[in-house]
Design a protein. Structure first.
Lengths: 83, 292
C-alpha cells in the first residue's frame, strides 16, 4: 500500500467509527483536540490498526501518536514490518 | 506552644518521605539490577518486586502510625476481594492512597503518572513491579495505557486506577473518567470500588507538609462489594457516573458522621425573612452556608 492509500483507508475507517465528517480528517489534525477522540475511541482505533495490518501494535509506538499523520505513519511502519 | 508542636511535625513527615524515597532508590538501584540478572523471568521478577515493595510500604505506613502522623486501616479486611483479575477504582484523597492499597492487597498493578514511572530514582522499580504508565493525556497514549492494563488483567493481576486522574481536591472529588470502567467491561473482569476517607484531611492536594494536622490522620480504606462483569447493563459511561455518585454520597455521609458537631449551624438557622437584620451579622462572622 502506498501512503496515500493508507491515508484514504485510515480516513475512511475513522469517519465510519467515530462519525466524523471525512473532510475534517486532515493529516495534521490532532486526535484529541481536533477530532475529539478520547482514550476509549483511541483503543478502538488501535484495534482497527491491528485488524488492518494483521499485527499487534505495541504500547510504546502508540504513545507517540498525536495526529492523523502519526496514525498513517504507524500503519505504514507496521505494514512494512518495522514495528 | 501550638505553633511549636506543629513545627515539630513537619520534620517527622519529611523524615517519612525521606526514608520512603531512600528505600525506593535502594530497591531500584541495588536490588533491581541484581534481580535483572538472577531472575530472567519477568513475571516471577514482578512477583518478587511486588512483595518487596509491599513490605516496604507496610513499614512506611507503620512508621507514620508510630509517629502519630497517619493511621491506615482497611475496614472489613480482605474478604471482599474478587477471585482472579479485577479493576479497582478508588477516590484519591491523600498522597499515600496507592501505598496504602498496595500495602494491603497482593498482586495489584497501578496506573501511575508518567513522570513517576520515568523517574530516574524509582522508575525502574515501578516498571519491575508491573505498574502502568498513565500517559500524557493524549488519546492514543490513553489507549496504550488501557492496552497495557488489559495485558496485566490477562496475567491475572488486579489493576488499580484512580479514575479522577489525580489526587482529589481537599474535602472534594474530581469527576471520574470512564477508562477504568470500559477496561473492566472489555476484559470481562469484576469492577471493585474502593472508597477512601482521611480525617482530618492530610497529605491532600495543595496541602503542604508543614500544614500536617496536629492529630494523627485516620485513613480508612473501605472496599465496596465488587460488581461482577456483565451485571451492569448500562454503558461504561453511565456505570462510571453511578460509581462516582455513590462515592460522593459515601464521602458526604462520612463527613457528617465524622464531624457531628461542626460546622455549628444550629444557632444560625434563623428565618432571615423575618429578621433581615441578622443576615448581615451572620455573614459578617464568615460562616459558610448560613444564609441558606
Amino acid at each position: 500500500m502506498t501512503r496515500d492509500e493508507i491515508f484514504a483507508q485510515v480516513t475512511h475507517h475513522m469517519a465510519e467509527m467515530f462519525e466524523i465528517d471525512p473532510a475534517t480528517i486532515k493529516a495534521d489534525a490532532l486526535l484529541r483536540e481536533h477530532l475529539d477522540l478520547d482514550s476509549i475511541d483511541a483503543i478502538d482505533l488501535a484495534v482497527k490498526i491491528e485488524e488492518l495490518t494483521g499485527k499487534r501494535v505495541d504500547e510504546n509506538s502508540l504513545r507517540s501518536v498525536r495526529t492523523v499523520q502519526d496514525v498513517v505513519d504507524l500503519v505504514e511502519r507496521i505494514a512494512n514490518g518495522a514495528n | 506552644m501550638r505553633v511549636f508542636l506543629r513545627s515539630l511535625r513537619t520534620p517527622l513527615v519529611a523524615s517519612a518521605f525521606f526514608f520512603f524515597w531512600m528505600g525506593g532508590v535502594v530497591l531500584a538501584w541495588v536490588v533491581c539490577p541484581v534481580l535483572a540478572v538472577t531472575e530472567p523471568d519477568a513475571l516471577r521478577r514482578r512477583r518478587i518486586c511486588q512483595r518487596m515493595v509491599q513490605r516496604a510500604f507496610r513499614v512506611f505506613h507503620a512508621y507514620m502510625e508510630a509517629l502519630n502522623l497517619l493511621e491506615m486501616r482497611v475496614v472489613g479486611g480482605d474478604q471482599g476481594r474478587p477471585p482472579g483479575a479485577f479493576v479497582m477504582v478508588s477516590n484519591h484523597p491523600t498522597l499515600v492512597d496507592a501505598t496504602a492499597i498496595l500495602a494491603s492487597y497482593d498482586d495489584v498493578c497501578c496506573v501511575i503518572k508518567s513522570s513517576l514511572i520515568r523517574n530516574v530514582f524509582v522508575g525502574r522499580l515501578l516498571r519491575f513491579c508491573g505498574h502502568i504508565d498513565g500517559g500524557n493525556g493524549d488519546a492514543m497514549s490513553g489507549a496504550a495505557t488501557l492496552q497495557e492494563a488489559l495485558l496485566r488483567l490477562d496475567e491475572g493481576q488486579g489493576v488499580l486506577i484512580f479514575p479522577e486522574g489525580s489526587r482529589s481536591p481537599r474535602r472534594g472529588m474530581h469527576s471520574f473518567r470512564r477508562g477504568a470502567f470500559e477496561l473492566a467491561a472489555r476484559a470481562n473482569v469484576p469492577l471493585w470500588p474502593m472508597f477512601i476517607s482521611c480525617d482530618p484531611p492530610a497529605l491532600a492536594r495543595g496541602v503542604p507538609i508543614w500544614k500536617h494536622p496536629e492529630i494523627s490522620a485516620r485513613q480508612r480504606l473501605t472496599p465496596q462489594p465488587f460488581v461482577p462483569p456483565g451485571s451492569s447493563s448500562s454503558s461504561s459511561r453511565s456505570f462510571c457516573r453511578e460509581v462516582e455518585a455513590s462515592c460522593r454520597q459515601w464521602l458526604q455521609d462520612r463527613n457528617m458522621l465524622d464531624h457531628p458537631g461542626e460546622p455549628a449551624r444550629l444557632p444560625l438557622m434563623v428565618d432571615t425573612t423575618r429578621a433581615p437584620g441578622l443576615q448581615a451579622s451572620v455573614n459578617a462572622t464568615g460562616v459558610e452556608g448560613a444564609s441558606g
